[in-house]
Design a protein around this ligand. Structure first.
Ligand code: 2P0
Length: 351
């Protein structure tokens, strides 16, 4: 008897231009475009196996060994339903195909990094879920087409369907059909750019992204300036910097956008604080490292960026990484807390 099963991994991505705010919370349509770097497949990833079988009585999901309820109308149910719809199109075109769209699926997903590390697992998780169903159903869909579905699981997940440098174009249509991920450049374009993840705290974050960003949309005046004026200019400028492998420009924009994301969090009512004293001390170290380098006639050596939590990600050319690690570990000597993930990016081929 045929077994219908597929296993796929998808990596974590870290945004340089941050997604923060939805204009449609059901379809997960953002208030601004964003751009990220997908980390290496071998380091931080979700691996998901999907299996379709007519003997299963319903769709079921396990995350890191624990079964999770698939709520009717929820994000996981939406992604599974959309993938079954695409499979039905294949079956209608070719009636000889097995009717997998009518079989329940069991989905089992694992992260190879601790959830407590404070790294977003929803991005890699929903990307891997959608990609595993795409393989299971042998869909002819492109990664950008699949990103439309992963986006409905978690906004940032749409960017993890590509390796390298990835933009999530916000789109303009009300149905979300043009709110998708595109690859700006493959990983091989800029192999010298590395990333270092500094785990500052492994505590679960105080304000979840989904609710925090909607509070920002409802209450922050600064967000309106950000989405109308700042982000469109930065998307164009950082895309150019990536194409030119211009690290100083890439670094300046990345740090400025991290700063503005945390500024709109603070501009929210009630205010949201994601950085802590250690996060701010790492910012000061990177600022001083860059200042001293430029003062000595050199260039910017490193760029920090922070998501919805206190952990730092530092982008830098490979040659600078040893100095950066020594600097940080010199001030915060808990070496086991620092996860040196040199050479991070994923394969050029989408998944
Ligand atoms: C980003 N973050 O661009 C930004 C930066 C957090 C800070 O994407 O509601 O978990 O599932 O769409 O994708 C976190 O948002 O939120 C996020 P939902 P998601 O990476």
């Amino acid at each position: 008897m045929a077994v219908y099963q597929a296993t796929v991994s998808a990596p974590v991505n870290i945004a340089c231009i941050k997604y923060w705010g939805k204009r449609d919370t059901k379809l997960i349509l953002p208030t601004n475009s964003s751009l990220s770097v997908t980390l290496d497949q071998d380091n931080l990833k979700s691996t998901t196996t999907s299996r379709a079988d007519p003997s299963f009585d319903r769709d079921r999901l396990w995350l890191n060994g624990h079964e999770e309820e698939i709520k009717d109308g929820g994000r996981t149910a939406t992604c599974i339903a959309e993938m079954k719809r695409l499979r039905r199109e294949v079956e209608e075109k070719d009636p000889k195909q097995p009717k997998l769209s009518s079989y329940p699926v069991h989905i089992c997903s694992h992260n190879n990094f601790p959830t407590a590390a404070g790294l977003a697992s929803s991005a890699s998780g929903f990307a891997a879920l959608v990609a595993s169903l795409a393989f299971l159903y042998a869909l002819p869909a492109s990664p950008s087409a699949l990103s439309l579905i992963a986006r409905q699981g978690s906004g940032s997940a749409c960017r993890s369907l590509f390796g390298g440098f990835v933009a999530w174009e916000m789109g303009t249509r009300a149905d979300g059909s043009d709110s998708l991920a595109v690859q700006v450049a493959p990983r091989e374009h800029w192999p010298d750019l590395h990333a270092l993840i500094c785990v500052v705290s492994d505590a679960k974050k105080g304000v979840a992204s989904t609710s925090g960003m909607q509070r920002t949309v409802e209450t922050s005046a600064l967000l309106q300036h950000r989405i109308r004026t700042v982000v469109p200019e930065r998307m164009a400028a950082i895309t150019e910097a990536i194409h030119a492998r211009d690290f100083p420009t890439f670094a300046k924009i990345t740090m400025a956008d991290s700063n503005q994301f945390h500024a709109v969090a603070l501009d929210t009512e009630p205010p949201i604080f994601y950085l802590n004293d250690v996060s701010r001390a790492i910012i000061a170290l990177v600022v001083e490292l860059n200042r001293a380098s430029v003062a000595a006639g050199g260039t910017i050596k490193a760029a920090y960026t922070y998501d919805a939590g206190p952990n730092a990600v530092i982008y830098a050319p490979a040659a600078n990484m040893r100095e950066i690690v020594e600097l940080i570990v010199g001030y915060f000597p808990q070496t086991e807390k620092f996860n040196d993930v040199f050479g991070l990016f994923s394969a050029d081929k989408p998944l």
